[in-house]
Design a protein around this ligand. Structure first.
Ligand code: PLP
Length: 373
């Protein structure tokens, strides 16, 4: 990432942490296939086992509960199929890697602040005796809104449902504890907190049913076949160990939001009344399309994102905001600002200044210049 850029898009991907880089280089130099019995193989196995302990420690799991995958998407896909439940209920604000992973899933609505409607979840579960899987994310990638996972588990357990939680955006930013939450399956992705892209994990609680969707050489104790991505796994483990207590950036986020609302009192922070990640702000600038904002800020050297980053690079209207009842016109003006392990408050100050300039440039000359200066 060139130093000339101010990178405030950590929810899309977070820059590689130096510890992860070093661990990956070490693993690449060491070589070896963890399944080989000779010394090179044993060396590679030791690297994978070490990383497994580091990843397990990040979420309070046992090392044996960690199944390495190619990322969060695969972890979500394999949780939904691997639980073996035909009836699947998911919240309306899940990532596409959950929403597109099962046919005929039942969608549970969220309230205006983005938090799942537990009453509807309870009623839906009670409406059929068929054993279900409930999948609810830990934190939303666009708004940062945290879901009440322990309550979801309580409601689900009352009907014998299994619970999957996509913790891709929560892990590494705030504390996530598999056993404290009581979920059966938990998805993680290394690149959201400073590990490499293309590696993640599905944590399968010991005793939870799991049917593998990849068959072959029996790796990951028969839960995910395929030679391990040793360097990626090493980087994942090192990033997990480097996370410490997560991001202590809540005060920055609150100052950022207060400043933006001073500049544009009609702007709206989506999910503001809910508990949210300390690194994420999703804000609508009145009357200015998100695409225009992203491009203008990019020209000023600031990387942020409009809603979800799509693989095509195209900006589409946010399904998350629509599910929260935001009007389509307003949803099109929503910008996502997300900071991370290498951000500074200077980065945020720069964003505030450019956002303000853009707001004035596009015709909001009515702003209170004294207060917004
Ligand atoms: N789940 C959430 C909430 C995400 O934000 C993402 C990535 O944006 C994923 C899953 C997919 O993770 P990956 O990029 O590792 O496949």
């Amino acid at each position: 990432m060139p130093a000339t850029h101010t990178y405030l898009d950590h929810n899309a991907t977070s820059p590689l942490r130096p510890a992860a880089f070093d661990a990956m280089v070490g693993a690449l130099q060491a070589g070896g296939n963890p399944s080989s019995v000779h010394r090179a193989g044993r060396g590679a196995r030791a690297i994978v086992d070490h990383a497994r302990r580091q990843v397990a420690a990040l979420v309070g799991a046992l090392p044996a509960e960690v199944v390495f995958t190619s990322g969060g998407t695969e972890a979500n896909n394999s949780a939904l199929s691997g639980a073996g439940r035909r009836r699947v209920l998911v919240s309306a604000v899940e990532h596409d890697s959950v929403l597109k992973a099962a046919n005929g899933m039942e969608i549970v609505p969220v309230q205006g602040n983005g938090v799942i409607d537990l009453g509807v979840l309870q009623e839906s579960l009670a409406a059929s005796p068929e054993p279900a899987l409930v999948s609810v994310m830990f934190a939303n990638n666009e708004t940062g809104v945290l879901q009440p996972i322990a309550d979801v588990v309580r409601v689900a357990r009352a009907t014998g449902a299994l619970v999957h939680c996509d913790a891709v955006q929560g892990a590494g930013k705030v504390s996530v504890d598999l056993h404290g939450l009581g979920v059966d399956y938990l998805s993680l992705s290394a690149h959201k907190f400073g590990g490499p892209a293309g590696v993640g994990a599905l944590i399968v609680r010991s005793g939870a049913p799991f049917l593998p969707d990849r068959l072959g050489g029996g790796q990951e104790t028969n839960r995910r076949a395929g030679t391990e991505n040793v360097a990626g796994i090493a980087g994942f483990g090192a990033a997990a160990a480097a996370v410490g207590n997560g991001l202590a950036t809540r005060e920055w986020r609150d100052r950022l939001e207060a400043r933006l609302l001073e500049i544009a009192p009609a702007a709206r922070i989506h999910g503001a009344s809910a508990d949210r990640l300390p690194n994420t702000t999703c804000i609508s600038m009145p009357g200015v399309g998100a695409e225009t904002q992203v491009m203008a800020l990019d020209l000023a050297g600031i990387c942020v994102s409009a809603g979800a980053a799509c693989s095509s690079g195209k900006v589409t209207r946010s399904a998350v905001l629509l599910a929260m009842g935001v009007e389509p016109g307003e949803a099109e003006t929503a910008l996502r600002i997300s900071f991370g392990w290498n951000s500074s408050f200077d980065d945020i100050e720069r964003l505030i200044a450019e956002w303000r300039d853009l707001y004035i440039r596009v015709g909001h000359s009515d702003i209170d210049h004294a207060r917004a200066a």
